[in-house]
Design a protein around this ligand. Structure first.
Ligand SMILES: [Fe+2]
Ligand SMILES: [Fe+2]
Length: 275
């Protein structure tokens, strides 16, 4: 018997080592895709995902306030910045497999699973690309402490699929679209071409993840006859701690199906809206 998709997700979530987790994620994504292409999709199944995914012994996870500040002007600062990106990518692998396995009691079209499996596969590639860059710079994932709060959004929305879509792809991953161009500039100015190339792959593919979030959020609003914008505001205020930070990458957000009236009302104070 082949594994169900939910069982595959649990295997990824319970694997602690980053390189092993991402290899497993890639294999399972390929199996799902292959079965879809032959017209005999794997069963979605049911599973009981852990509240927290397995994590390697290193990096040490610290309260965000205790993670040293990153100054990207030095090689050490750039390593710290990349280390933080690797940590985000590893969490993103688990976040996407978690949404696959967590809400199987809600009937969703197969396209929902196609999208998140593809996103998880891409995050696995992102983690490995960044780990390769870190290793080329003489460091590795686990060498520095990392942010302990990264799974908070998943815990807070453990029983609310729309809250999960609002906070994870439509707020956190959309934030990635805002900050990645600046990061690419830092590495370009430092002549770190390998990292520039890796970040450009990430930047291009993350637009898709935000778009999947927006697509399925709107789908569920339509199913329940709810106004998407009001519901998005309500859910972000409920589950996301703090205001959204401008400046926003309005162009990429638009490409991902996030209109300005979704995020501007949730921004810090009353920012000056660019014309
Ligand atoms: Fe990513
Ligand atoms: Fe992503």
């Amino acid at each position: 018997m082949p594994l169900s998709l939910a069982e595959m997700a649990i295997e990824v979530l319970t694997c602690a080592d980053g390189r092993e987790k991402t290899a497993l994620s890639h294999r399972h994504a390929a199996a799902w895709r292959a079965a879809r292409e032959t017209g005999t999709p794997l069963p979605i199944g049911r599973a009981d995902p852990p509240l927290h995914p397995a994590r390697p012994a290193q990096p040490e996870l610290l309260d965000p306030r205790d993670v040293p500040r990153r100054r990207p002007g030095s090689p050490q600062g750039r390593i710290a910045l990349l280390h933080a990106v690797a940590h985000i990518e590893l969490n993103a692998v688990d976040l996407h497999w978690d949404i696959v396995a967590r809400f199987t009691d809600i009937s969703m079209p197969l396209g929902f699973f196609d999208d998140w499996v593809k996103a998880a596969d891409e995050e696995s590639k992102h983690f490995n690309l960044i780990c390769d860059c870190l290793e080329a710079m003489g460091s590795h994932y686990g060498a520095l402490p990392a942010h302990a709060g990264m799974w908070r959004a998943a815990e807070d929305t453990v029983d609310d699929i729309m809250g999960r879509l609002a906070v994870v792809p439509m707020v956190l991953e959309a934030r990635g679209l805002d900050v990645t161009p600046g990061m690419i500039e830092v590495f370009r100015n430092a002549g770190e071409d390998r990292t520039v190339a890796a970040l450009e792959v990430i930047y291009a593919e993350e637009v898709g993840h935000v778009a999947y979030g927006s697509k399925w959020f709107h789908f569920l609003c339509g199913r329940h006859d709810i106004d998407p914008k009001d519901e998005f505001h309500r859910l972000v205020r409920r589950y996301f701690h703090g205001a959204l930070k401008p400046p926003f990458n309005e162009e990429k957000r638009a490409e991902a199906g996030l209109p300005p009236d979704f995020y501007w009302p949730l921004a810090d104070e009353t920012p000056q809206r660019p014309r």
